[in-house]
Design a protein around this ligand. Structure first.
Ligand code: SF4
Ligand code: SF4
Length: 285
């Protein structure tokens, strides 16, 4: 049996067995990423789409996705790639080595590209590819952005921090019940990840508000108070300067039958978060 140390599940896998993230499998007594260099999505996106509001606004970033995710959000808008994997190699992925991706990023400089964003699925389930690519992207004088659920051990974060310039991390709610029962995640692990990442690079956070699940005023008050209280933030900033994106839910995947979040609800939660934070942005409104 081999043990994976990426996330709170700490899966013990037999040779040939894949973890529930669908993206890491045991081979020769070690757990390795299944989709290293297998790219499922590639686009030159506006940086605001990550979303990052206060990191090189107006620029574009070459955004890359692979397959798999260690959470199982029932509303996942990228479920076609994030909830897929399991060791299979779908025909619609393409091989792109770290060197090829870094060169491609450099080739898009004239189009306003500032670097590479690891996004769409959960990049941490293939953190080795992020690490190797990000290093090469830095060597070309360009930047790296990671868009993540933040559900990973601090040891993995430490390996990536020297190469990651900005992150958007999901703080999907502020109750253990929501994280464990609805998303299949671990809130404490995400909070520890955010606390550590914010010390070292530009961090923005995103909360997707799902009606009846994480939309109470009390929860948003507690969530924003916790962010504001973060003691150490990169660039000499304070916790209350961390940008928070409060986004509207749209019916998707296993929650296709639910109604979208009321726009008024988003704006009222934005007002509550602004009691504690300086930069709060409504999303998808
Ligand atoms: S990343 Fe995947 S294999 Fe590793 S512990 Fe998490 S779910 Fe298990
Ligand atoms: S963390 Fe993101 S990619 Fe993973 S299942 Fe949830 S919404 Fe999808």
């Amino acid at each position: 049996m081999a043990r994976c140390d990426v996330c709170f599940r700490h899966c013990e896998l037999r040779d040939g067995q894949t973890g529930p993230c669908g993206a890491r499998a045991a081979e020769g007594g070690e757990v390795r990423p299944v989709y290293y260099g297998k790219v499922s999505a590639l686009a030159l996106d506006p940086i605001e789409k990550k979303p990052l509001a206060m990191f090189h606004p107006g620029s574009r970033i070459l955004s890359v996705g692979m397959l798999g995710c260690n959470l199982h959000c029932p509303f996942c808008q990228n479920h076609e790639i994030a909830q897929r994997g399991g060791g299979e190699f779908p025909a619609d992925t393409r091989d792109l080595s770290p060197a090829m991706l870094a060169e491609m990023a450099e080739g898009c400089r004239d189009l306003g590209n500032i670097g590479v964003a690891y996004t769409y699925n959960e990049p941490l389930v293939c953190w080795e590819y992020v690490h190797d690519t990000a290093k090469l992207v830095h060597e070309k004088g360009m930047l790296n952005v990671m868009v993540t659920n933040g559900c990973a051990e601090l040891g993995i974060l430490e390996k990536l921090l020297p190469y990651i310039d900005a992150m958007n991390i999901d703080l999907k709610g502020f109750t253990d019940r929501y994280y464990s029962e609805i998303l299949g995640g671990d809130r404490k692990m995400v909070m520890d990840f955010i606390r550590e990442a914010a010390k070292h690079c530009h961090v923005e956070l995103t909360t997707l508000v799902v009606p009846g699940e994480n939309d109470s005023e009390e929860e948003m008050r507690e969530l924003s108070q916790w962010i504001a209280g973060l003691p150490e933030v990169s660039g000499g900033r304070q916790g209350r300067e961390i940008p928070l994106h409060i986004s509207r839910f749209f019916p998707r995947y296993h929650m296709a039958g639910k109604k979208p979040t009321d726009v008024k609800k988003i704006y009222s939660l934005v007002d509550i978060a602004r009691e504690n934070l300086l930069y709060v942005y409504p999303g998808n409104c």
